[in-house]
Design a protein around this ligand. Structure first.
Ligand SMILES: CCCCC/C=C/C(=O)SCCNC(=O)CCNC(=O)[C@H](O)C(C)(C)COP(=O)(O)OP(=O)(O)OC[C@H]1O[C@@H](n2cnc3c(N)ncnc32)[C@H](O)[C@@H]1OP(=O)(O)O
Ligand SMILES: NC(=O)C1=CN([C@@H]2O[C@H](COP(=O)(O)OP(=O)(O)OC[C@H]3O[C@@H](n4cnc5c(N)ncnc54)[C@H](OP(=O)(O)O)[C@@H]3O)[C@@H](O)[C@H]2O)C=CC1
Length: 308
């Protein structure tokens, strides 16, 4: 995949959901200033939602918020974006994130537990501190946010939660800590979906394949080419776009998903079901890409390069 060519023009969202769908709704998106989280934030704002983005690093939050606000101004969108610094591993900061949001905006309809991540390492080499950091970020952080959102608001008023998993269905070599944590997230999602159904709180998750091209994700591994060649092993013969995760999240948040809870949607082009290398699929062209660019040229189909 070429990295020199920019396949997408500057963001011009054309959500598949109807304008105004999330008007008068309030959402928290953790990790909302970068990558997939930034895409989710933009689509929610586009659909009229008020969005609070939250993560650890003030500079990343400020840069992401500036870009999003400029985009809002350029597109004439009138939606509210708010920024809160919060490490999801810190219980007090999580409690404050939820209480601040409820105090400032009067409610909390949606929680998107997108913030997370890990480092690559053979499991035998992971030190306890590193293991704990990854499990606390992805599993414990998700638990804390769900618990506080429920206890401080959703228990009495209802709400919708979307958690973030990954393609850990067959284990995850070199990401053993994160694979274990995300498997925990999938299980927690089922439990909470059942426990909180009577409070009109739905809890679901998305599981992107190891293939959602976001520049910040690549930078985390110190290798901008880390997604190169990944598409070859995916039945759809391509990597995924940030937009393809965002639309699944928006669907799960929408009234159209009102009877879905405890579920995890895989967004991986069939990768996690493709387990028979002895019977490899014949070579084929990449499938059609979904993106917010209204019109993309043939190059886009060869290798999406999300600018989000
Ligand atoms: C192969 C293709 C993959 C494509 C799929 C992509 C999937 C994605 O998830 S993309 C998302 C990418 N973004 C991130 O992962 C960002 C978030 N991740 C992190 O911030 C870190 O990985 C973190 C979860 C470990 C948290 O970092 P931090 O808050 O800085 O943690 P600590 O300072 O408390 O340090 C903890 C401890 O962790 C060990 N460690 C951290 N980084 C590494 C590393 N690169 N290699 C080995 N070990 C690492 C280490 O033990 C740290 O403690 P010290 O030894 O005392 O430093
Ligand atoms: N890209 C991919 O292919 C896949 C991604 N995922 C998952 O999707 C999510 C988004 O990833 P992506 O956008 O690609 O990568 P990014 O690196 O851009 O996103 C990670 C985000 O999480 C935030 N974050 C990390 N740790 C914490 C923490 N302790 N508290 C609060 N926020 C935190 C980061 O912000 P800050 O540094 O400011 O805290 C950052 O905004 C992650 O959970 C990732 O693991 C899952 C499968 C595949």
């Amino acid at each position: 995949m070429s990295t020199s060519k920019s396949y997408y023009k500057p963001l011009n969202i054309s959500s598949v959901f109807r304008p105004g769908l999330f008007e008068n709704r309030v959402a928290i998106v953790t990790g909302g200033a970068t990558g997939i989280g930034k895409g989710i934030t933009k689509e929610l704002l586009f659909l009229g939602c008020t969005v609070v983005i939250a993560s650890r690093k003030a500079d990343r939050l400020a840069d992401g918020a500036e870009e999003i606000r400029n985009w809002l101004a350029n597109t004439g969108q009138r939606a509210t974006l708010h920024v809160v610094q919060c490490n999801v591993r810190n219980e007090d900061e999580v409690k404050k994130l939820i209480s601040t949001t409820v105090q400032k905006f009067g409610k909390l309809d949606f929680l998107i537990n997108n913030g997370g991540g890990q480092f690559l390492s053979p499991t035998a080499d992971i030190r306890l501190k590193g293991w704990n950091a990854v499990v606390e970020t992805n599993l414990t952080g998700t638990f804390l946010l769900c618990r506080e959102a429920y206890n401080q608001w959703m228990k009495e008023h209802g709400g919708t939660i979307v958690n973030m998993a990954m393609d850990m269905w067959k284990g995850y070599p070199y990401m053993g800590h994160s694979g274990a944590a995300r498997a925990g997230v999938v299980n927690l999602t089922k439990t909470l979906g059942v426990e909180w159904a009577q409070s009109n709180v739905r809890v679901n998750a998305v599981a992107p394949g190891s293939s959602i091209v976001s520049p910040t994700a690549a930078a985390n591994y110190g290798n901008v080419s880390i997604f190169d060649g990944v598409g070859e092993n995916i039945p759809m013969k391509r990597t995924g776009t940030v937009e393809e995760v965002c639309s699944a999240v928006c669907f799960l948040l929408s009234p159209g998903a009102a009877f879905i809870t405890g579920e995890t949607i895989r967004i991986d082009g069939g990768h996690s079901y493709y387990i028979t290398p002895n019977f490899r699929l014949p070579d084929s062209k990449p499938t059609d890409v979904y993106s917010w660019q209204s019109k993309f040229d043939a190059d886009a189909a060869k290798g999406p390069q999300s600018k989000l």
